[in-house]
Design a protein around this ligand. Structure first.
Ligand code: SOE
Length: 378
């Protein structure tokens, strides 16, 4: 049966706008799905930029006011790619307008906002998902399958890093279109909400819930010129954050993120150590899952490097022949695929707003702990 059209209205047009749109455009070429996204409208305050984006990516129309987009009868699903401080207001209004919502991560500025957003989508009964895309890199999904199969046995340790170096220059301003991630008023937090949130989402998915945390944060550059006011203003985001935690399954967690690790652009890595074996993954080599199996006897025991490109590896059967790679952008294609399948089957794909609220709670506990210098329950 031909897939039913699902009309998308996207709000925002930055880096994530491109990543999501690419997902909508590619997905039906490779996967058989009950729905087909239609690029109905893109919304941005700047009309010329909205038009240019619509032309380049194939959106049928533009809006310059998100409220007008939500009022349109021809929009089924709203994709929120705005800075974090707009997620709540737009999500609640979208839910009240009966629209499905695909919201960029992190869910909200804080847990209180996230709670309101969950209540709104659940009251309205609209489908919802948050773009924690790294879950859908085939090697990460495969790690989930291996852990769920019990092959690792009891888990002792979960370790994750997300390292970047793009804010070391003290002349970099904060705020405004491109640099809102440095402005607490728009972003809520720094690396905690932007990068560690990815690590936390994956960790909760792979290793279950986190009970308590102890954290430290640092802001290395204390003042930066604000692009909107033109004045030098105090920087209140966290430039770096590290935390320890206990997972409910008894394992220990160690997480670190920074934008000051010279030489690292997007080094997301995680490692899980269990009684029978260990798993390691690295975004810079995203197809590989390193696997150590203690139960292998004799001199063949050692780290194996699984190239997750076989037809029976997650998602890979629909791409190329075994051995040929896909990339970062495909994690977004896979997220659209899972969202559309969830709509068809009635079993919603995660992370839903409710799932992403758990990540938000851990982020809040981490920031609280860093401020108070004490352990915090999640
Ligand atoms: C920040 O540089 C950033 O673009 C994050 O906002 C994304 O979520 C992450 O996937 C890559 O880095």
């Amino acid at each position: 049966m031909a897939p039913k059209p699902l009309n998308i209205g996207m709000i925002g047009y930055g880096f994530m706008g491109r990543a999501h749109t690419n997902g909508y455009k590619r997905v039906n070429d490779f996967f058989d799905l009950p729905y087909r996204p239609v690029l109905k409208a893109v919304c941005a305050r700047d009309e010329a930029k909205a038009k240019a984006f619509a032309e380049q990516w194939g959106y049928e129309s533009i809006e310059t006011d998100w409220k007008k987009l939500l009022a349109r009868k021809d929009i089924d699903a709203v994709d929120i790619c705005t800075p974090n401080n707009l997620h709540k207001e737009i999500s609640i209004a979208a839910a009240q307008a009966g629209k499905m919502i695909l919201c960029e991560k992190p869910l909200a500025m804080n847990t209180a906002e996230g709670e309101e957003m969950c209540a709104a989508v659940e009251k309205a009964g609209v489908a919802n998902i948050v773009w924690y895309n790294y879950r859908r890199i085939p090697a990460v999904t495969y790690a989930k399958q291996i852990i769920d199969s019990g092959k690792l046995g009891r888990i002792f340790h979960y370790r994750a890093n997300f390292l970047q170096d793009w804010t070391i220059n003290a002349d970099l301003p904060q705020g405004g279109a491109a640099l809102w991630r440095l402005d607490a008023a728009a972003a809520g937090s720094g690396v905690t909400g932007d990068l560690l949130a990815h690590c936390i989402d994956t960790a909760l998915w792979l290793n279950g819930s986190i009970s308590d945390v102890t954290a430290m944060t640092e802001t290395f550059i204390k003042e930066r010129k604000h692009q909107l006011t033109g004045k030098s203003e105090k920087v209140t985001i966290d430039d770096a954050c590290a935390f320890l935690c206990h997972f409910a399954n008894g394992s220990l967690g160690l997480f670190e993120s920074t934008r000051y690790a010279r030489g690292h652009k997007a080094l997301y890595t995680f490692e899980v150590n269990g009684e029978n074996g260990s798993l390691k993954w690295d975004l810079h080599d995203l197809h590989r899952l390193q696997w150590f199996d203690y139960r292998v006897e004799g001199p063949l025991r050692g780290w194996a490097s699984i190239h997750v490109t076989d037809g029976d590896h997650p998602y890979m059967g629909k791409w190329w022949v075994p051995g040929l790679a896909i990339g970062y952008e495909h994690s977004f294609v896979h997220q659209v695929k899972d969202f559309l399948e969830g709509l068809g089957s009635g079993k919603p794909a995660g992370p839903t707003f409710r799932d992403a609220l758990e990540t938000q709670k851990v982020c809040d506990a981490v920031l609280d702990s860093a401020k108070s210098g004490s352990w915090k329950k999640v």
